[in-house]
Design a protein around this ligand. Structure first.
Ligand SMILES: [Zn+2]
Length: 307
C-alpha cells in the first residue's frame, strides 16, 4: 500500500525538540514507514501567530531543518509530480513542503521566494485571522479573504501552489471558492455533519470542493472525529462513509495531522498504524481501487494537476 498524507506537523516538532526524522518519539519517523510500498508526506511549517514579525525567520529555519533531514536520511525533496514519481519508483520517501498559516507572507515577492524554496501547498491561516483571511476560531470581525489574500490566491494559482482551506472561517472558505481558479483542498478537515466541530466542513463546503475537483484529507484528531471527544477507528470510517455518500469517491484522501495533535484514536499510535484504517475499510467491503484512491491516488491527481 502507498500512502500520501497531506498534513503533519512533524518537521516543526523536530525543529522545536531537536529530534530527527529517522527515528524519534513523535508520530512519524522513517523507520516506521518502511513497511509501506510507498510513502509521501507534506511536511507543514507551522507559522504560530505568536511569532508575528519573526514568522518569516522561523519559517526559514524550519525549512532549513527539512532540507537537512532530507539530505541526511536519503529522502526525495519533491517540488513536482515528476519528482514524486521518481521517489516512488526508487522506493524513497517523498517529502513535500507546505505552510500552515500565511503569517510569514506579506508580499507577493516573499510568496515567490517561498515557492523557489519548494513550498507547494499553503493553508492561508491557522485558527486565527491574519492579513490574508479570517481563521476559523477568530471571534469577530469576519472579513473573509482580504484584498491581499485575493492577490495571493491568484499568484498561487499561477505559480502552482495548492490552496488549502483547512482552518479558514466559513466566509473565507467561500471567498476562496470564488477566487481560486484551480482545484483547492482542505488538507486536514472532516465532516461537520458527523462531528460538529467548526474545524470540519459542512456538506455544502465539501460538495463545493468536489465541484472544483479538489480533495479533502481525513484528520485523525479525536476532537474533529466525534462529539464525544474520544474516538476509535470506526469514527474515522463514519467521516469517510459520509463524504462518499455525498459523491466524494474521487475527493477523499489522508491528512492525518500527525504531530499536530495531542491525542489520536484508540489503536492508532502514529504513521505505522495507518494500515489498520485501510484494513478496516477493506473489511467493510471497499474495493482495492477505492482504497487506493483514498490512500494516495486522489491527492496524486491534485499534485499532478497543480504542481
Ligand atoms: Zn492544522
Amino acid at each position: 500500500m502507498k500512502i500520501l498524507d497531506m498534513h503533519c506537523d512533524t518537521i516543526t516538532c523536530i525543529y522545536e525538540q531537536n529530534q530527527n526524522l529517522f527515528q524519534n518519539s513523535l508520530h512519524i519517523d522513517l523507520s516506521r514507514v518502511k513497511k509501506y510500498e510507498g510513502y509521501a508526506q507534506f511536511f507543514a511549517v507551522f507559522s504560530d501567530p505568536v511569532y508575528k514579525a519573526a514568522a518569516i525567520r522561523r519559517c526559514l529555519e524550519i525549512i532549513d531543518r527539512l532540507y537537512l533531514q532530507v539530505q541526511q536520511h536519503d529522502m526525495y525533496f519533491c517540488k513536482s509530480f515528476a519528482d514524486y514519481e521518481e521517489a516512488m519508483q526508487n522506493k524513497k520517501v517523498a517529502a513535500f513542503l507546505s505552510l500552515e498559516g500565511g503569517e510569514a507572507i506579506d508580499s507577493i515577492a516573499v510568496l515567490n521566494n517561498f515557492y523557489r524554496l519548494g513550498v507547494r501547498c499553503i493553508a492561508l491561516t491557522w485558527n486565527y485571522s491574519n492579513h490574508i483571511a479570517t481563521g476559523v476560531l477568530e471571534e469577530k470581525p469576519e472579513y473573509g479573504l482580504t484584498a491581499f489574500g485575493r492577490k495571493m490566491v491568484a499568484r498561487m494559482n499561477e505559480l502552482g501552489i495548492i490552496t488549502d482551506v483547512s482552518h479558514l472561517s466559513d466566509r473565507a472558505f467561500w471567498d476562496v471558492a470564488e477566487v481560486c481558479k484551480k482545484p483547492f483542498i482542505a488538507s486536514h478537515s472532516n465532516s461537520r455533519s458527523v462531528c460538529s466541530h467548526r474545524r470540519n466542513l459542512t456538506d455544502e463546503q465539501f460538495m463545493e470542493i468536489v465541484r472544483a475537483g479538489g480533495c479533502v484529507g481525513i484528520n485523525l484528531y479525536p476532537l474533529f472525529l466525534s462529539d464525544k471527544k474520544t474516538a476509535r477507528i470506526c469514527d474515522v470510517l463514519r467521516h469517510i462513509e459520509h463524504f462518499l455518500s455525498l459523491g466524494g469517491e474521487n475527493n477523499i484522501g489522508i491528512g492525518a495531522d500527525f504531530d499536530g495533535v495531542d491525542c489520536l484514536p484508540e489503536g492508532i499510535g502514529g504513521v505505522h498504524d495507518m494500515e489498520k484504517l485501510f484494513n478496516e475499510l477493506a473489511k467493510i467491503g471497499y474495493s482495492d481501487s477505492l482504497l487506493e484512491k483514498i490512500s494516495s491516488k486522489n491527492f496524486e491527481r491534485i499534485i499532478n494537476n497543480i504542481l
